[in-house]
Design a binder for this molecule. Sequence first.
Ligand code: F6P
Length: 542
Amino acid sequence: MNSGDITQSQEWTALAKHHEEIAGATLRELFAADPGRAERLSVRAGDLYLDYSKHRATDETFDLLLRLTERAGLGERIEAMFSGEHINVSEDRAVLHTALRLPADAALVVDGQDVVADVHAVLDKMSAFADRVRAKEWRGATGEPIATVVNIGIGGSDLGPAMAYEALKDYADAGITARFVSNIDPADIHGNLRGLDPATTLFVISSKTFTTLETLTNARVARDWLVAALGEDAVEKHFVAVSTNAEKVAEFGIDTANMFGFWDWVGGRYSYDGAIGLSLMVAVGPARFREMLAGFHAIDEHFRTTPFERNMPVLMGLLGIWYNDFFGAQTRAVLPYSQRLHRFPAYLQQLTMESNGKSVRADGTPVTTDTGEIFWGEPGTNGQHAFYQLLHQGTRLVPADFIGFAEPYEDAAGMHDILTANLLAQTTALAFGKTAEEIAAEGTAAEVVPHKVMPGNRPTSTILAPKLTPYTLGQLVALYEHIVFVEGVIWGVDSFDQWGVELGKKMALGLEPLLTSEEPPVAFPDASTAQLVKKYRELRGR
Ligand code: F6P
Protein backbone atom coordinates (compact mmCIF):
# COMPACT_ATOMS: atom_id res chain seq x y z
CA MET A 1 0.00 0.00 0.00
CA ASN A 2 1.04 3.56 -0.58
CA SER A 3 2.05 4.84 2.78
CA GLY A 4 3.70 8.21 2.96
CA ASP A 5 6.88 9.21 1.27
CA ILE A 6 8.03 6.64 -1.27
CA THR A 7 11.52 8.10 -1.36
CA GLN A 8 11.92 6.90 2.23
CA SER A 9 11.07 3.32 1.31
CA GLN A 10 13.60 0.52 1.11
CA GLU A 11 12.62 0.01 -2.52
CA TRP A 12 13.66 3.57 -3.35
CA THR A 13 16.91 3.23 -1.40
CA ALA A 14 17.69 0.01 -3.27
CA LEU A 15 17.16 1.80 -6.57
CA ALA A 16 19.42 4.68 -5.51
CA LYS A 17 22.15 2.22 -4.62
CA HIS A 18 21.66 0.30 -7.86
CA HIS A 19 21.85 3.56 -9.79
CA GLU A 20 25.27 4.27 -8.29
CA GLU A 21 26.40 0.85 -9.42
CA ILE A 22 25.22 1.02 -13.01
CA ALA A 23 25.27 4.74 -13.85
CA GLY A 24 28.69 4.28 -15.48
CA ALA A 25 27.67 1.29 -17.59
CA THR A 26 27.37 1.97 -21.29
CA LEU A 27 24.82 0.70 -23.77
CA ARG A 28 27.71 -0.67 -25.82
CA GLU A 29 28.73 -2.82 -22.85
CA LEU A 30 25.18 -3.84 -22.00
CA PHE A 31 24.49 -4.99 -25.55
CA ALA A 32 27.87 -6.70 -25.94
CA ALA A 33 27.35 -8.69 -22.75
CA ASP A 34 23.81 -9.75 -23.52
CA PRO A 35 22.89 -10.99 -27.01
CA GLY A 36 19.25 -11.59 -25.99
CA ARG A 37 18.77 -8.08 -24.70
CA ALA A 38 16.85 -6.57 -27.62
CA GLU A 39 14.49 -9.52 -27.88
CA ARG A 40 13.89 -9.66 -24.15
CA LEU A 41 13.44 -5.93 -23.66
CA SER A 42 10.64 -5.44 -26.14
CA VAL A 43 6.94 -5.70 -25.62
CA ARG A 44 3.70 -5.50 -27.54
CA ALA A 45 0.45 -3.76 -26.56
CA GLY A 46 -2.37 -3.93 -29.09
CA ASP A 47 -0.73 -2.89 -32.37
CA LEU A 48 2.07 -1.02 -30.65
CA TYR A 49 5.50 -2.57 -30.45
CA LEU A 50 7.99 -1.11 -27.99
CA ASP A 51 11.73 -1.69 -28.03
CA TYR A 52 13.08 -0.54 -24.69
CA SER A 53 16.44 -2.24 -24.89
CA LYS A 54 18.29 1.04 -25.57
CA HIS A 55 17.88 2.12 -21.97
CA ARG A 56 20.51 2.39 -19.29
CA ALA A 57 18.89 -0.37 -17.33
CA THR A 58 19.48 -4.03 -16.61
CA ASP A 59 17.15 -6.83 -15.60
CA GLU A 60 17.93 -5.89 -12.02
CA THR A 61 16.86 -2.30 -12.71
CA PHE A 62 13.48 -3.50 -13.92
CA ASP A 63 13.11 -5.86 -10.94
CA LEU A 64 13.76 -2.99 -8.57
CA LEU A 65 11.47 -0.59 -10.44
CA LEU A 66 8.73 -3.20 -10.42
CA ARG A 67 9.09 -3.51 -6.66
CA LEU A 68 8.36 0.18 -6.49
CA THR A 69 4.96 -0.46 -8.07
CA GLU A 70 4.15 -2.79 -5.18
CA ARG A 71 5.23 -0.22 -2.65
CA ALA A 72 3.08 2.42 -4.35
CA GLY A 73 0.10 0.06 -4.62
CA LEU A 74 -0.11 0.58 -8.37
CA GLY A 75 -2.36 -2.44 -8.95
CA GLU A 76 -4.95 -1.17 -6.47
CA ARG A 77 -4.75 2.35 -7.84
CA ILE A 78 -5.42 1.10 -11.37
CA GLU A 79 -8.47 -0.77 -10.15
CA ALA A 80 -9.59 2.27 -8.18
CA MET A 81 -9.46 4.42 -11.32
CA PHE A 82 -11.22 1.94 -13.60
CA SER A 83 -13.97 1.27 -11.08
CA GLY A 84 -14.78 4.94 -10.51
CA GLU A 85 -13.42 5.60 -7.03
CA HIS A 86 -12.89 9.27 -6.31
CA ILE A 87 -9.15 9.23 -6.90
CA ASN A 88 -9.11 12.93 -7.79
CA VAL A 89 -9.04 13.75 -4.11
CA SER A 90 -8.67 17.51 -4.17
CA GLU A 91 -11.83 17.80 -6.28
CA ASP A 92 -13.51 14.69 -4.81
CA ARG A 93 -14.20 13.21 -8.26
CA ALA A 94 -13.98 9.92 -10.05
CA VAL A 95 -11.52 9.76 -12.96
CA LEU A 96 -13.20 7.82 -15.71
CA HIS A 97 -11.89 8.80 -19.11
CA THR A 98 -11.49 5.05 -19.64
CA ALA A 99 -15.30 4.80 -19.54
CA LEU A 100 -15.52 7.05 -22.63
CA ARG A 101 -14.25 4.15 -24.70
CA LEU A 102 -16.02 1.22 -23.09
CA PRO A 103 -18.02 -0.85 -25.58
CA ALA A 104 -21.81 -0.45 -25.38
CA ASP A 105 -22.28 -3.87 -23.80
CA ALA A 106 -19.89 -3.17 -20.91
CA ALA A 107 -21.25 -2.48 -17.44
CA LEU A 108 -20.12 0.27 -15.12
CA VAL A 109 -22.24 1.94 -12.47
CA VAL A 110 -20.59 4.79 -10.60
CA ASP A 111 -22.18 6.86 -7.86
CA GLY A 112 -25.49 5.19 -8.77
CA GLN A 113 -25.25 6.17 -12.44
CA ASP A 114 -25.04 3.81 -15.44
CA VAL A 115 -21.96 5.40 -16.95
CA VAL A 116 -21.83 3.23 -20.08
CA ALA A 117 -25.41 4.09 -21.04
CA ASP A 118 -24.68 7.80 -20.54
CA VAL A 119 -21.50 7.65 -22.62
CA HIS A 120 -23.18 5.83 -25.49
CA ALA A 121 -26.20 8.13 -25.47
CA VAL A 122 -23.84 11.06 -26.10
CA LEU A 123 -21.79 9.14 -28.67
CA ASP A 124 -24.97 8.26 -30.54
CA LYS A 125 -26.16 11.85 -30.44
CA MET A 126 -22.76 13.05 -31.73
CA SER A 127 -22.83 10.40 -34.46
CA ALA A 128 -26.32 11.36 -35.60
CA PHE A 129 -25.32 15.01 -35.73
CA ALA A 130 -22.02 14.32 -37.52
CA ASP A 131 -23.80 12.13 -40.06
CA ARG A 132 -26.32 14.88 -40.79
CA VAL A 133 -23.60 17.47 -41.31
CA ARG A 134 -21.54 15.12 -43.46
CA ALA A 135 -24.57 14.10 -45.54
CA LYS A 136 -25.41 17.80 -46.10
CA GLU A 137 -28.72 17.35 -44.28
CA TRP A 138 -27.75 19.80 -41.58
CA ARG A 139 -27.44 23.04 -43.50
CA GLY A 140 -26.62 26.59 -42.61
CA ALA A 141 -29.18 29.39 -42.37
CA THR A 142 -29.03 30.10 -46.11
CA GLY A 143 -29.53 26.44 -47.01
CA GLU A 144 -25.91 25.78 -47.91
CA PRO A 145 -24.10 22.71 -46.56
CA ILE A 146 -21.31 23.04 -44.01
CA ALA A 147 -17.79 23.17 -45.45
CA THR A 148 -15.78 24.17 -42.36
CA VAL A 149 -16.09 23.33 -38.69
CA VAL A 150 -14.39 25.79 -36.36
CA ASN A 151 -13.72 24.41 -32.89
CA ILE A 152 -13.40 27.16 -30.32
CA GLY A 153 -11.88 25.91 -27.07
CA ILE A 154 -8.60 25.94 -25.18
CA GLY A 155 -6.39 23.48 -23.28
CA GLY A 156 -8.05 20.10 -23.26
CA SER A 157 -10.95 21.52 -25.25
CA ASP A 158 -8.58 22.31 -28.10
CA LEU A 159 -5.36 20.32 -28.03
CA GLY A 160 -6.96 16.86 -28.25
CA PRO A 161 -9.24 17.43 -31.24
CA ALA A 162 -6.66 19.68 -32.93
CA MET A 163 -3.88 17.09 -32.53
CA ALA A 164 -6.14 14.23 -33.64
CA TYR A 165 -7.55 16.13 -36.62
CA GLU A 166 -4.04 16.82 -37.85
CA ALA A 167 -3.09 13.19 -37.25
CA LEU A 168 -6.12 11.83 -39.10
CA LYS A 169 -6.56 14.43 -41.82
CA ASP A 170 -6.12 11.80 -44.47
CA TYR A 171 -9.34 10.21 -43.26
CA ALA A 172 -11.41 13.41 -43.54
CA ASP A 173 -13.49 12.14 -46.43
CA ALA A 174 -16.63 14.30 -46.48
CA GLY A 175 -15.06 17.45 -47.88
CA ILE A 176 -15.36 19.16 -44.48
CA THR A 177 -12.26 20.75 -43.02
CA ALA A 178 -11.73 21.75 -39.40
CA ARG A 179 -10.01 24.76 -37.89
CA PHE A 180 -9.13 25.36 -34.27
CA VAL A 181 -9.23 28.65 -32.40
CA SER A 182 -7.92 28.77 -28.86
CA ASN A 183 -5.82 31.82 -28.02
CA ILE A 184 -7.20 35.07 -26.59
CA ASP A 185 -4.71 36.71 -28.97
CA PRO A 186 -7.08 38.26 -31.56
CA ALA A 187 -4.71 37.06 -34.28
CA ASP A 188 -5.99 33.53 -33.72
CA ILE A 189 -9.68 34.10 -34.40
CA HIS A 190 -9.02 36.67 -37.12
CA GLY A 191 -6.54 34.42 -38.87
CA ASN A 192 -8.90 31.49 -38.72
CA LEU A 193 -11.99 33.35 -39.89
CA ARG A 194 -10.13 34.82 -42.83
CA GLY A 195 -11.32 33.26 -46.06
CA LEU A 196 -14.31 31.53 -44.46
CA ASP A 197 -17.85 31.93 -45.72
CA PRO A 198 -20.27 32.43 -42.80
CA ALA A 199 -22.96 30.57 -44.74
CA THR A 200 -20.92 27.34 -44.76
CA THR A 201 -19.23 27.61 -41.34
CA LEU A 202 -20.24 25.70 -38.22
CA PHE A 203 -18.83 26.71 -34.83
CA VAL A 204 -18.38 24.12 -32.11
CA ILE A 205 -17.92 25.95 -28.82
CA SER A 206 -16.06 23.50 -26.61
CA SER A 207 -15.66 24.20 -22.94
CA LYS A 208 -16.16 21.85 -20.04
CA THR A 209 -17.05 24.70 -17.69
CA PHE A 210 -18.34 27.15 -20.31
CA THR A 211 -16.80 29.92 -18.23
CA THR A 212 -13.30 30.01 -19.76
CA LEU A 213 -12.43 33.59 -20.71
CA GLU A 214 -10.58 32.78 -23.93
CA THR A 215 -13.26 30.49 -25.27
CA LEU A 216 -16.22 32.70 -24.44
CA THR A 217 -14.50 35.79 -25.81
CA ASN A 218 -13.60 34.04 -29.07
CA ALA A 219 -17.11 32.60 -29.27
CA ARG A 220 -18.62 36.09 -28.96
CA VAL A 221 -16.35 37.41 -31.73
CA ALA A 222 -17.36 34.47 -33.93
CA ARG A 223 -20.99 35.09 -33.17
CA ASP A 224 -20.74 38.78 -34.06
CA TRP A 225 -18.99 37.82 -37.32
CA LEU A 226 -21.78 35.43 -38.20
CA VAL A 227 -24.63 37.70 -37.14
CA ALA A 228 -23.17 40.63 -39.11
CA ALA A 229 -23.35 38.48 -42.25
CA LEU A 230 -26.46 36.38 -41.74
CA GLY A 231 -28.47 37.93 -38.90
CA GLU A 232 -29.34 36.81 -35.38
CA ASP A 233 -31.56 33.92 -36.43
CA ALA A 234 -28.61 32.20 -38.10
CA VAL A 235 -26.97 31.40 -34.73
CA GLU A 236 -29.11 28.30 -34.26
CA LYS A 237 -27.80 26.62 -37.42
CA HIS A 238 -24.19 27.70 -37.02
CA PHE A 239 -23.42 27.22 -33.32
CA VAL A 240 -23.38 24.04 -31.28
CA ALA A 241 -21.78 23.50 -27.88
CA VAL A 242 -19.83 20.82 -26.05
CA SER A 243 -19.94 21.27 -22.30
CA THR A 244 -20.94 19.96 -18.90
CA ASN A 245 -22.71 23.24 -18.14
CA ALA A 246 -26.13 23.44 -19.84
CA GLU A 247 -27.10 26.60 -17.98
CA LYS A 248 -24.14 28.60 -19.30
CA VAL A 249 -24.62 27.19 -22.80
CA ALA A 250 -28.21 28.44 -22.82
CA GLU A 251 -27.12 31.78 -21.38
CA PHE A 252 -24.72 32.17 -24.33
CA GLY A 253 -27.63 31.64 -26.70
CA ILE A 254 -27.00 28.12 -27.94
CA ASP A 255 -30.00 25.81 -27.96
CA THR A 256 -29.23 23.02 -25.46
CA ALA A 257 -30.78 20.59 -27.96
CA ASN A 258 -27.56 21.26 -29.88
CA MET A 259 -25.34 20.67 -26.89
CA PHE A 260 -23.22 17.55 -26.43
CA GLY A 261 -22.48 16.75 -22.84
CA PHE A 262 -19.92 15.09 -20.71
CA TRP A 263 -19.32 14.72 -16.99
CA ASP A 264 -17.19 16.04 -14.17
CA TRP A 265 -15.38 12.69 -14.07
CA VAL A 266 -13.70 13.50 -17.40
CA GLY A 267 -10.71 15.81 -17.00
CA GLY A 268 -10.27 18.41 -19.76
CA ARG A 269 -6.97 16.91 -20.91
CA TYR A 270 -8.55 13.44 -21.05
CA SER A 271 -11.67 14.46 -22.93
CA TYR A 272 -11.23 14.44 -26.70
CA ASP A 273 -12.39 10.81 -26.95
CA GLY A 274 -15.78 12.06 -25.75
CA ALA A 275 -17.90 14.98 -26.93
CA ILE A 276 -14.89 17.31 -27.08
CA GLY A 277 -13.94 15.30 -30.16
CA LEU A 278 -17.06 16.45 -32.05
CA SER A 279 -15.19 18.54 -34.63
CA LEU A 280 -12.91 15.57 -35.32
CA MET A 281 -15.92 13.28 -35.65
CA VAL A 282 -17.58 15.59 -38.15
CA ALA A 283 -14.40 15.63 -40.23
CA VAL A 284 -13.53 11.91 -40.20
CA GLY A 285 -16.97 10.42 -39.54
CA PRO A 286 -18.43 8.43 -36.65
CA ALA A 287 -17.10 5.08 -37.85
CA ARG A 288 -13.48 6.29 -37.80
CA PHE A 289 -14.06 7.99 -34.45
CA ARG A 290 -15.30 4.71 -33.01
CA GLU A 291 -12.27 2.89 -34.42
CA MET A 292 -10.17 5.38 -32.49
CA LEU A 293 -12.15 4.61 -29.32
CA ALA A 294 -11.53 0.91 -29.88
CA GLY A 295 -7.81 1.70 -30.00
CA PHE A 296 -8.01 3.52 -26.66
CA HIS A 297 -9.93 0.61 -25.19
CA ALA A 298 -7.41 -1.98 -26.41
CA ILE A 299 -4.67 -0.23 -24.43
CA ASP A 300 -6.95 0.27 -21.42
CA GLU A 301 -7.42 -3.49 -21.35
CA HIS A 302 -3.72 -4.09 -21.80
CA PHE A 303 -2.95 -1.70 -18.94
CA ARG A 304 -5.54 -3.19 -16.64
CA THR A 305 -4.84 -6.86 -17.24
CA THR A 306 -1.22 -7.36 -18.31
CA PRO A 307 1.36 -8.32 -15.66
CA PHE A 308 3.49 -5.29 -14.96
CA GLU A 309 6.69 -6.83 -16.33
CA ARG A 310 5.03 -6.95 -19.79
CA ASN A 311 2.83 -3.89 -19.36
CA MET A 312 3.85 -1.13 -21.77
CA PRO A 313 2.55 1.94 -19.90
CA VAL A 314 3.96 0.57 -16.64
CA LEU A 315 7.40 -0.05 -18.13
CA MET A 316 7.51 3.35 -19.82
CA GLY A 317 6.24 5.11 -16.69
CA LEU A 318 8.90 3.39 -14.58
CA LEU A 319 11.61 4.40 -17.03
CA GLY A 320 10.35 7.97 -16.67
CA ILE A 321 10.83 7.70 -12.91
CA TRP A 322 14.25 6.09 -13.39
CA TYR A 323 15.65 8.96 -15.45
CA ASN A 324 13.77 11.79 -13.74
CA ASP A 325 14.53 10.83 -10.16
CA PHE A 326 17.73 8.78 -10.30
CA PHE A 327 19.63 10.19 -13.28
CA GLY A 328 18.29 13.72 -12.68
CA ALA A 329 17.05 14.05 -16.27
CA GLN A 330 14.77 17.05 -16.47
CA THR A 331 13.03 16.46 -19.74
CA ARG A 332 11.77 13.81 -22.12
CA ALA A 333 11.73 14.39 -25.86
CA VAL A 334 8.92 12.87 -27.91
CA LEU A 335 9.94 12.54 -31.52
CA PRO A 336 7.28 11.21 -33.88
CA TYR A 337 8.61 10.25 -37.30
CA SER A 338 5.31 11.32 -38.74
CA GLN A 339 4.49 14.81 -39.95
CA ARG A 340 0.85 14.09 -39.20
CA LEU A 341 1.76 13.92 -35.50
CA HIS A 342 3.22 17.42 -35.44
CA ARG A 343 0.83 18.49 -32.67
CA PHE A 344 1.37 15.35 -30.61
CA PRO A 345 4.16 16.78 -28.42
CA ALA A 346 2.02 19.86 -27.67
CA TYR A 347 -0.90 17.62 -26.78
CA LEU A 348 1.33 15.55 -24.51
CA GLN A 349 2.60 18.67 -22.79
CA GLN A 350 -0.82 19.37 -21.34
CA LEU A 351 -1.57 15.72 -20.69
CA THR A 352 1.62 15.10 -18.78
CA MET A 353 2.60 18.43 -17.29
CA GLU A 354 -0.83 19.60 -16.16
CA SER A 355 -1.30 16.15 -14.65
CA ASN A 356 1.99 15.60 -12.85
CA GLY A 357 3.42 19.09 -12.38
CA LYS A 358 2.72 18.93 -8.64
CA SER A 359 4.74 19.73 -5.52
CA VAL A 360 2.50 18.11 -2.96
CA ARG A 361 1.24 14.59 -2.69
CA ALA A 362 -2.42 13.68 -2.72
CA ASP A 363 -2.47 13.99 1.08
CA GLY A 364 -1.14 17.56 0.91
CA THR A 365 2.37 16.78 2.16
CA PRO A 366 5.31 18.04 0.07
CA VAL A 367 6.96 15.70 -2.40
CA THR A 368 10.62 15.02 -1.77
CA THR A 369 11.76 14.23 -5.29
CA ASP A 370 11.30 15.76 -8.71
CA THR A 371 7.90 15.15 -10.29
CA GLY A 372 6.48 16.02 -13.68
CA GLU A 373 8.80 15.32 -16.55
CA ILE A 374 9.06 18.20 -19.01
CA PHE A 375 7.79 16.92 -22.34
CA TRP A 376 8.79 18.49 -25.60
CA GLY A 377 9.47 17.52 -29.17
CA GLU A 378 9.00 17.91 -32.89
CA PRO A 379 8.57 15.46 -35.69
CA GLY A 380 11.64 13.83 -37.17
CA THR A 381 13.36 14.47 -39.44
CA ASN A 382 12.79 18.21 -38.88
CA GLY A 383 14.10 18.04 -35.32
CA GLN A 384 17.30 16.43 -36.56
CA HIS A 385 18.18 19.67 -38.31
CA ALA A 386 17.36 21.77 -35.28
CA PHE A 387 17.97 20.49 -31.76
CA TYR A 388 19.33 16.94 -32.10
CA GLN A 389 22.87 18.33 -31.86
CA LEU A 390 22.24 18.84 -28.14
CA LEU A 391 20.75 15.35 -27.81
CA HIS A 392 23.89 13.81 -29.33
CA GLN A 393 26.71 15.89 -27.93
CA GLY A 394 25.25 18.22 -25.30
CA THR A 395 25.95 17.89 -21.59
CA ARG A 396 22.40 17.03 -20.63
CA LEU A 397 20.77 13.64 -20.57
CA VAL A 398 17.53 13.75 -22.57
CA PRO A 399 15.75 10.41 -22.77
CA ALA A 400 13.62 10.30 -25.90
CA ASP A 401 10.63 8.41 -27.26
CA PHE A 402 10.86 7.76 -30.99
CA ILE A 403 7.57 6.89 -32.69
CA GLY A 404 7.41 5.38 -36.16
CA PHE A 405 4.96 3.67 -38.50
CA ALA A 406 5.57 0.87 -40.97
CA GLU A 407 3.12 2.04 -43.65
CA PRO A 408 2.63 5.58 -44.84
CA TYR A 409 -0.82 6.80 -45.88
CA GLU A 410 0.75 7.65 -49.22
CA ASP A 411 4.31 7.35 -50.39
CA ALA A 412 6.50 8.85 -53.07
CA ALA A 413 9.98 7.93 -54.26
CA GLY A 414 10.65 5.63 -51.30
CA MET A 415 10.37 8.58 -48.91
CA HIS A 416 8.81 6.60 -46.11
CA ASP A 417 11.70 4.13 -45.98
CA ILE A 418 14.12 7.06 -45.85
CA LEU A 419 12.10 8.52 -42.98
CA THR A 420 12.26 5.23 -41.08
CA ALA A 421 15.97 4.80 -41.82
CA ASN A 422 16.50 8.19 -40.18
CA LEU A 423 14.60 7.15 -37.08
CA LEU A 424 16.71 4.02 -36.73
CA ALA A 425 19.95 5.88 -37.48
CA GLN A 426 19.24 8.41 -34.75
CA THR A 427 18.44 5.89 -32.02
CA THR A 428 21.52 3.88 -32.98
CA ALA A 429 23.81 6.91 -32.97
CA LEU A 430 22.33 8.10 -29.67
CA ALA A 431 22.84 4.72 -28.04
CA PHE A 432 26.23 3.69 -29.35
CA GLY A 433 27.90 6.91 -30.47
CA LYS A 434 31.34 6.89 -31.97
CA THR A 435 34.61 6.80 -30.07
CA ALA A 436 37.72 8.95 -30.56
CA GLU A 437 39.57 5.86 -31.81
CA GLU A 438 36.92 5.16 -34.42
CA ILE A 439 36.98 8.75 -35.59
CA ALA A 440 40.79 8.92 -35.70
CA ALA A 441 40.84 5.67 -37.68
CA GLU A 442 38.84 7.43 -40.39
CA GLY A 443 41.77 9.79 -40.89
CA THR A 444 40.31 12.78 -39.01
CA ALA A 445 42.86 15.40 -37.97
CA ALA A 446 43.77 14.99 -34.30
CA GLU A 447 42.57 18.47 -33.29
CA VAL A 448 39.14 17.80 -34.82
CA VAL A 449 38.68 14.38 -33.22
CA PRO A 450 37.26 15.66 -29.89
CA HIS A 451 34.63 17.69 -31.75
CA LYS A 452 33.48 14.65 -33.61
CA VAL A 453 33.28 12.25 -30.68
CA MET A 454 29.74 11.01 -30.21
CA PRO A 455 29.47 9.99 -26.56
CA GLY A 456 26.46 7.70 -27.07
CA ASN A 457 24.76 6.15 -24.06
CA ARG A 458 21.72 8.35 -24.70
CA PRO A 459 18.62 6.33 -23.88
CA THR A 460 15.63 5.96 -26.19
CA SER A 461 12.40 4.03 -26.48
CA THR A 462 11.21 3.12 -29.96
CA ILE A 463 7.52 2.63 -30.57
CA LEU A 464 6.57 1.10 -33.90
CA ALA A 465 3.02 0.74 -35.18
CA PRO A 466 1.73 -0.63 -38.47
CA LYS A 467 0.19 2.63 -39.75
CA LEU A 468 -1.17 5.89 -38.39
CA THR A 469 -4.88 5.09 -38.36
CA PRO A 470 -7.68 6.13 -36.00
CA TYR A 471 -7.16 2.80 -34.23
CA THR A 472 -3.42 3.26 -33.65
CA LEU A 473 -3.83 6.92 -32.68
CA GLY A 474 -6.26 5.89 -29.93
CA GLN A 475 -3.71 3.35 -28.73
CA LEU A 476 -0.90 5.85 -28.69
CA VAL A 477 -2.85 8.42 -26.71
CA ALA A 478 -4.08 5.85 -24.19
CA LEU A 479 -0.49 4.64 -23.78
CA TYR A 480 0.64 8.10 -22.69
CA GLU A 481 -2.43 8.66 -20.51
CA HIS A 482 -1.49 5.55 -18.57
CA ILE A 483 2.21 6.43 -18.44
CA VAL A 484 1.14 9.64 -16.71
CA PHE A 485 -1.00 7.61 -14.33
CA VAL A 486 1.84 5.25 -13.42
CA GLU A 487 4.22 8.12 -12.70
CA GLY A 488 1.56 9.98 -10.70
CA VAL A 489 0.95 6.91 -8.53
CA ILE A 490 4.65 6.41 -7.86
CA TRP A 491 5.02 10.07 -6.90
CA GLY A 492 1.79 9.88 -4.91
CA VAL A 493 0.38 13.07 -6.47
CA ASP A 494 -3.17 13.85 -7.59
CA SER A 495 -2.69 13.72 -11.37
CA PHE A 496 -6.20 14.94 -12.05
CA ASP A 497 -6.46 18.44 -10.63
CA GLN A 498 -4.79 21.61 -11.95
CA TRP A 499 -5.03 24.28 -9.28
CA GLY A 500 -1.79 25.85 -10.46
CA VAL A 501 -3.43 27.48 -13.45
CA GLU A 502 -6.04 29.36 -11.43
CA LEU A 503 -4.07 32.18 -9.81
CA GLY A 504 -2.79 33.60 -13.10
CA LYS A 505 -6.32 33.55 -14.56
CA LYS A 506 -7.65 35.57 -11.59
CA MET A 507 -4.79 38.03 -11.76
CA ALA A 508 -5.38 38.63 -15.47
CA LEU A 509 -8.95 39.61 -14.69
CA GLY A 510 -7.69 42.14 -12.14
CA LEU A 511 -4.98 43.51 -14.42
CA GLU A 512 -7.03 43.99 -17.55
CA PRO A 513 -8.86 47.13 -16.26
CA LEU A 514 -5.49 48.63 -15.31
CA LEU A 515 -4.32 48.26 -18.92
CA THR A 516 -7.41 49.76 -20.47
CA SER A 517 -8.07 52.60 -18.01
CA GLU A 518 -7.44 56.22 -18.98
CA GLU A 519 -7.22 57.09 -15.28
CA PRO A 520 -3.90 57.42 -13.46
CA PRO A 521 -2.80 53.98 -12.35
CA VAL A 522 -3.76 52.87 -8.86
CA ALA A 523 -3.33 49.67 -6.87
CA PHE A 524 -0.48 47.95 -8.68
CA PRO A 525 0.54 44.52 -7.51
CA ASP A 526 4.31 45.22 -7.48
CA ALA A 527 6.91 47.64 -8.85
CA SER A 528 7.92 45.52 -11.83
CA THR A 529 4.35 44.95 -12.96
CA ALA A 530 3.53 48.62 -12.32
CA GLN A 531 6.36 49.64 -14.63
CA LEU A 532 5.24 47.22 -17.34
CA VAL A 533 1.64 48.43 -17.11
CA LYS A 534 2.86 52.02 -17.45
CA LYS A 535 5.01 51.12 -20.46
CA TYR A 536 2.17 49.26 -22.15
CA ARG A 537 -0.20 52.20 -21.66
CA GLU A 538 2.39 54.59 -23.06
CA LEU A 539 2.88 52.40 -26.11
CA ARG A 540 -0.88 52.23 -26.63
CA GLY A 541 -1.20 55.99 -26.17
CA ARG A 542 -3.26 55.77 -23.01
O1 F6P B 1 -5.97 25.67 -18.18
C1 F6P B 1 -6.79 25.07 -17.26
C2 F6P B 1 -7.95 24.37 -17.87
O2 F6P B 1 -8.86 24.21 -16.85
C3 F6P B 1 -7.60 23.03 -18.51
O3 F6P B 1 -7.46 22.02 -17.58
C4 F6P B 1 -8.75 22.85 -19.43
O4 F6P B 1 -8.51 21.84 -20.36
C5 F6P B 1 -8.85 24.23 -20.01
O5 F6P B 1 -8.57 25.10 -18.92
C6 F6P B 1 -10.16 24.58 -20.64
O6 F6P B 1 -11.23 24.49 -19.76
P1 F6P B 1 -12.72 24.45 -20.27
O7 F6P B 1 -12.89 23.24 -21.11
O8 F6P B 1 -13.57 24.44 -19.04
O9 F6P B 1 -12.97 25.70 -21.09
